[in-house]
Design a protein around this ligand. Structure first.
Ligand SMILES: [Zn+2]
Length: 400
């Protein structure tokens, strides 16, 4: 028993010997290495040798690379843009759906070219409900909210009501139902003998049908119908589709339809920012002009998303709409037809999309029905001209 205990003790001693005589690697400030026993390390340190982490520092570059450099070379690396603190080289960016990400600075421009922005406010939009409550939402939610009865402006969230005695008042849409039940009406009483000043000289009410996101495979059907009925419309085209559908684009121009800009790739202008928007619109308009010889004069912002700085950068009027058919959502010709025919009034701008087959079905009924009701179907610019014109940098949703 004692003998076995001695044997164990001997093994422990043997194991400890290399530990006590451990080797240590030390470094000079210039990065030379020296391996010494731990017993001698103290005296080498006094002679100006150091542990590795006293001589080297980890640094980062703007594209996320990491490297270890000698402290004496640190300032040289800093001059080249490398930093000890990676946080100095990263920027928080936001996308239109509210996600945020820390991005290495070298990749910030690339992200911003793809719609990321530096502050959340740039990818948020304030919306108003039918009772006047405002809420700020991510741009990705805007279309859904608009479909649920939210509005971009207080004006759109209100409605003008008329009674039989010549009185009228503007109320929140949420309040209008009760008033309608009390006999107020959405339509003014029959006009007096003199026509209102805004009716065009031939006396017919005017409406501007507009088609976004094309050209596409159903554009020709819509053009056939417009041509057959002597009607005009406006096509807000997307630049990256023009190569595939150049024939449809040229036909739009040849038939006297108006061609407007709907961005190069359907990016939100508020996400692109002012200079990004200006470049995007120029690229799209250059392409339209190259293919048709006509340069678009008006802009429809994707998602209806705009603010004063992008409007100013665009240098053109922004054309919104006051009748949203939601054709892209319902994909139902009856619903699109009713959305127009139930509401349409003189000066309205109707939003549709010529990339859906049910929309073409609806147009084949809407156009003759409007003509039959006495409407003159005109382009946006024709409508604006009849109502006192429009200005660059301003947004219009109807021309009453
Ligand atoms: Zn669009």
């Amino acid at each position: 028993m004692i003998r076995r205990g001695l044997a164990v003790l001997l093994m422990i001693v043997l194991l400890c010997v290399p530990v006590s005589a451990r080797e240590v690697t030390l470094y000079s400030v210039g990065g030379r290495e020296k391996t010494v026993s731990s017993d001698e390390a103290g005296s080498w340190r006094q002679k100006g040798w150091f542990d590795r982490d006293e001589v080297y520092t980890d640094i980062y570059s703007g594209d996320g690379q990491e490297r270890e450099v000698l402290n004496i070379e640190l300032s040289l690396w800093e001059e080249r843009g490398w930093r000890e603190d990676p946080e100095q080289l990263r920027t928080v960016l936001y996308s239109w759906d509210g996600t945020s990400e820390k991005v290495w600075n070298d990749f910030v421009q690339e992200r911003m070219d793809n719609g990321w922005v530096r502050t959340p406010e740039e990818v948020q939009t304030a919306l108003c409900d039918g009772s006047g409550n405002w809420e700020t939402v991510w741009n990705a939610e805007v279309e859904g909210r608009l479909a649920d009865g939210w509005y971009r402006t207080e004006e759109e969230a209100k409605v003008r009501l008329y009674d039989g005695d010549g009185n009228s008042k503007t109320v929140w849409k949420a309040e209008s139902e009760a008033l309608l039940a009390q006999g107020w009406s959405l339509t003014p009483p029959a006009p007096a003998e003199t026509a209102p000043a805004n009716v065009p000289s031939d006396g017919r009410p005017m409406v501007a049908l507009t088609f976004d996101d094309g050209p596409g495979p159903y554009t020709d059907r819509i053009l056939d119908c417009l041509e057959k009925n002597g009607a005009k419309a406006t096509f807000f085209v997307v630049g990256n589709r023009l190569g595939t559908y150049a024939a449809q684009l040229r036909r739009e121009a040849e038939l006297g339809m108006e061609i407007g800009c709907h961005s190069w790739a359907h990016s939100s202008f508020t996400s692109l920012g002012a200079s990004g928007t200006a470049a995007d619109i120029k690229r799209t308009n250059d392409r339209v002009e190259e293919l048709t010889g006509v340069r678009p004069m008006i802009v429809r912002p994707p998602y209806g998303s705009h603010n004063a700085s992008v409007r100013e950068a665009a240098g053109a009027p922004f054309i919104l709409w006051n009748i949203d058919t939601l054709d892209w959502k319902t994909k139902n010709a009856d619903s699109t037809f009713n959305a127009v025919l139930d509401k349409v009034k003189d000066g309205d701008i109707v939003l549709m999309h010529d990339i859906h087959s049910p929309t073409a079905d609806a147009v084949e009924r809407i156009v003759p029905a409007l003509v039959k009701r006495g409407f003159s179907l005109v382009t946006v610019s024709e409508l604006a001209a009849a109502r006192g014109g429009m200005s660059a940098g301003k947004a219009y949703s109807s021309f009453r």
